[in-house]
Design a protein around this ligand. Sequence first.
Ligand SMILES: Cc1ncc(C[n+]2csc(CCOP(=O)(O)OP(=O)(O)O)c2C)c(N)n1
Ligand SMILES: [Mg+2]
Length: 405
Amino acid sequence: MGATHLPSTEFDGTEVDDQLEAEAEAAMGEPDAQMVQLLGPDGTLGSDPVFSEYAEKLDAGKLRGFYADMAAIRRFDQEATALQRQGQLALWVPLTGQEAAQIGSGRASQPQDYIFPTYREHGVALTRNVDLSELLRQFRGVSNGGWNPKDTNFHLYTLVLAAQTLHAVGYAMGIQRDQKLAAASDPAGTEPPAAVMAYFGDGASSEGDVHESMVFASSYNAPVVFFCQNNHWAISVPSAVQTRVPLSNRAKGYGFPGIRVDGNDVIAVHAVTEWALEHARSGKGPVLIEAFTYRLGAHTTADDPTKYRLSSEEDAWRAKDPLARLEVYLRAAGLADDAFFEQVKADGDELASYVRRTTHDLETPDIRAAFANAYVESHPLVAEELAWFEQYSAGFEEAAEGAAH
Ligand SMILES: Cc1ncc(C[n+]2csc(CCOP(=O)(O)OP(=O)(O)O)c2C)c(N)n1
Ligand SMILES: [Mg+2]
């Protein structure tokens, strides 16, 4: 038997930072792992042995719809940024650059699926029919939520990084149990199977919650798709400092498929997500998708990316713009003309004006809703606290009446 060789500690000492930063720079532009891509940055459609089949199912209407959605959410993003600059929102989290990752994946979901977003998934919200002005409640500071997740199966935004991945897996395990019960009572199975999609970022992938959620998802074969948008930055920390291997490779360690997809290619993202959701819904277990994309703007309106990254990097990614490449393809294939693109622009302006009008009128929700939404069923402690609150509030009314007499 040969001697045991321990691996040398390549990253010893203070050189770690320098080395990782150099790697970060090198990795910033081009992916170093196999990546599914169908629509290239120049707008030419390529092929893939597995995923072309999914792309072929997309008719002209669907492709035009992808473009219209991406343009609408980019316009919304600009308007929300302007509203923040004018003091109408406390903060805004821009998504520009990530439209294909969000519209492609959101449009692959079915109404019965349940989505757990981070705080940047405005494009996914659009695909789930969340009223976009409701989305701004939290950023205007009038509510901690803004919409009823039950209406759209699109959960509230989670600001605590990665916490939603645990919620998603728990929910997926719940779906699994509900489906078993339903199958026992109705063997013909009238309800379509559902899956859960958990969004998170490259930075959040370093959180223990992601590890725990993947272990549980794997152990229980939960119907969940982990959708990681690797937009290359966690505020000012580059993604290469978060991982030495492509994030999609991590799935191997948990024993489920991991796929890296060009996150600026809406056709490929849609195909890969459709495949992954079918995989999860049909009982085959979890999938990790890493959408390789880029955050073109600031982390939030409180951030200045010129302090930590080069504009040349932004320019390189601007050349891979998800909308521009789809426009080239649609025009070249004769699937859309000037009239279509003009209409999309006009619709975007109308959406922006709707959002601007409604933001000014967003009302503070009735605080009683917080008591009503604490548990599914009534709970004596909550009822007691509500009674106390009613009495407390009535005290102000009595005092006001007393002062008036
Ligand atoms: C548990 C936790 N730690 C730190 C933060 C502060 N924080 C907010 S966003 C962020 C970076 C997240 O980066 P990433 O996961 O890549 O998502 P992105 O913002 O790029 O979409 C950090 C550190 C937080 N919200 N929650
Ligand atoms: Mg990120």
